[in-house]
Structure formats: C-alpha cells, structure tokens
Design a protein around this ligand. Structure first.
Ligand code: ASP
Length: 338
C-alpha cells in the first residue's frame, strides 16, 4: 500500500483487508473511508473545507486493475463517503463519471444517507476567509459595519464561537489566508500482483461552486494499468489535469522508468508549463505517488517542502508493506530555501 502522508491509518486498514484476502479496490476504499469520516482532516470528506459559498463539495475516483474498470463522482454535496460512491458508479452503472446533483441523487437511489458535511471548525475557517475579502475601499459586507465599534478581526469570530480556543481561531485565519492543499490518494498491490487505486478530496478551499479538480479525473487524480502499475496525485489539481499526471506516470513506467523517474518526469512537465518560472511554480504544491507492478514505488513532490517558521519541512508519503505503516520522504524537483 502507498498513499499520501495523511494515509498512515488508511494504509494499515487497507493492508488488513488485503491480508484477509479482500480485493485491492475494496482495500483502498475501506482505507480512505477512515479519512473521509475524520472531521479533523479538513481536506477530505466530512469536515472538508467548503467552496466559496460555504458548501462542502467532494470529488473522488476509483480504478480497479483486474477488471480495468473505473468510476468517479464530482462536486458531490451531502454525501460523506464519495470513494465508495465512485465504486458504486463503477459497479452499478453503465457510466464512468457522475457529477453534481445527479451524483447526490444517485447516492439517494442507493439508500446512502445524506448529511451536512460542514463542521463548525471548517465553517469558522470559511467565515474567516469570507470576512477577510475586501473591496477597493477596504470594506466587507460580512463584517466591520461602518457603525460598528473598532475591533480586531478575531473578535468577530470570537463572537460567533465564544468557546473556540485561541489556537483554533489562529488556525482559521491561517487557513483563510493560505488555503492548504490536501486529499488522499491510495494505491494497492496484492501478493498476486493485482492493483487498484482511489483518490478522494474536498478539493481546493473557497473554490467556485462546481469547480472540479483532478481527483475525480481518471488519468489525472488516479490511473491504474494492471500490466504496468498505478499512480495518483494530491495538490493543485489544475496543474495535474494539464499534464494528465497519473496516466503520464503509468506510461513512463510502461516505457521502463522507475516510479521515481516516472513521477519526476511528470513534475518536469508541470515546470515546463510555466517555462520553469520558479516564482509562479512556488505559489503551489503538487505531489505524485507511483506504484509499479513489481512492487517498486515512490512519492515525488514539486518542491522539497513547505517553509514553516524559517525551516523547510519536507514532503512525505505513507507506505505499508505488511507490518506497520510508515512515512517515507518524497523525492523532489525544485528546492525552496529556508
Ligand atoms: N488535488 C485536489 C484538487 O485539486 C486538491 C488537493 O490535493 O489539495 O481538487
């Protein structure tokens, strides 16, 4: 099993499914379901950061190596476990992708319960973002009425959430200012060489309603070729879509590259799309994960890491080869200086 760094538990769960003789796709879906259910992962499933209107919209895809089938859902509202829903599209329809209201109605038809996916934590971050938007006069309709007494921006949030800790309010402002990327991609290879993959996400925070990222795009967010290997991605989806990243990596592996080289080549294509302009490239992050049919694997990131409080914290990915899940370092293309 390999996955993005938020998948230590997901890989462990998926490995348990494999060990019990379960199918590789069932394994990855059960793995990422843990992350979709977790309100504290604000980039996936329940508790994901919402769109610009404060509504959580989820994207997910699955691909099953042995049958070469795929399924995906995009811009889904009110349904928590969208990787499972994508699997249902794969198994129970003659389609590959269902989006928006149609996806929620499809879920309803299968008796999947609907729920509000927005947690108070994510609503607070959204409100902080909403209140930080200013017009040319420095005004915002959502706060700071002209007649209001002067107050710090945090006071407005404190009024709505009197119980919130200082730490949580600071987090909300931080997320409002620099929306984090996140998502989980999870890839499986079992002892008989069967492979599957899935990617599930709440997408970019504060996106335009209906914006679809790379995660539900077969060939971008995930791709599996039973003869070759599997790949997937997290990070700025727009850049991944423009190079069909997961498919590119699988093709690179087909032509003999190690997963590491295959993923670095995809990252080079992204850099090429910006003529190597490091200022523009520096404004986003993107990671790839690649698993070859013979068990070789890699995680690769565009940048060596994120700069936090003056030091660079490197990107990692999760691996489970039968024992405990562990994090390994991603190889990278470009270097940010502390
Ligand atoms: N790749 C996801 C998207 O673009 C977001 C992310 O991984 O942060 O929707």
């Amino acid at each position: 099993m390999i996955s993005s760094a938020n998948g230590l538990k997901a890989c462990a769960r998926a490995m348990d499914v494999l060990k019990a003789g379960g199918d590789t796709l069932e394994a990855v879906v059960q793995g990422v379901t843990l992350v979709e259910d977790d309100p504290n992962d604000t980039s996936v499933g329940y508790g994901g950061l919402p769109n610009e209107e404060g509504i959580v919209e989820l994207d997910a895809s699955v691909m099953h190596g042995p049958t070469r089938r795929a399924g995906s859902v995009a811009s889904v509202r009110n349904i928590k476990n969208v990787a499972r829903l994508a699997k249902l599209v794969m198994e129970q329809t003659d389609h590959v992708m269902i989006a928006g209201e149609g996806a929620t109605r499809f879920a309803r038809a299968w008796g999947i319960p609907e729920m509000n996916l927005l947690t108070e934590r994510s609503r607070m971050a959204w409100m902080a973002w909403k209140q930080s938007q200013r017009d040319g006069e420095g005004r915002n309709n959502w706060t700071d009425g002209l007649d209001a007494p002067d107050a710090k921006p945090s006071a407005a949030l404190r009024q709505i959430w009197p119980e919130a800790s200082d730490e949580m309010i600071a987090w909300a402002f931080d997320v409002a200012r620099r929306p984090p990327t996140g998502t989980i991609n999870c890839l499986a290879l079992n002892a008989t060489g069967e492979m599957s993959g899935t990617t599930t996400t709440s997408g970019l925070a504060w996106k335009i309603p209906g914006r679809v990222g790379d995660s539900p795009i077969i060939g971008a967010g995930v791709y599996v070729d039973q003869e070759v290997g599997a790949a997937g991605s997290t990070g700025r989806g727009e850049e991944n879509i423009r190079i069909a990243g997961a498919h590119t990596i699988v093709e690179n592996m087909r032509h003999g590259m190690h997963p590491r080289e295959a993923a670095l080549d995809a990252l080079k294509r992204i850099a090429r799309n910006f003529h190597g302009d490091e200022k523009k490239l520096g404004s986003f992050d993107i990671n790839f994960y690649a698993l070859r049919k013979d068990g070789a694997y890699a995680g690769a990131s565009l940048w060596n890491g994120r700069v936090r409080r003056g030091s660079v914290s490197g990107f990692q990915f999760a691996v489970n080869d039968g024992a405990e899940s562990r994090l390994e370092k991603c190889v990278y293309l470009l270097e940010r200086k502390a």
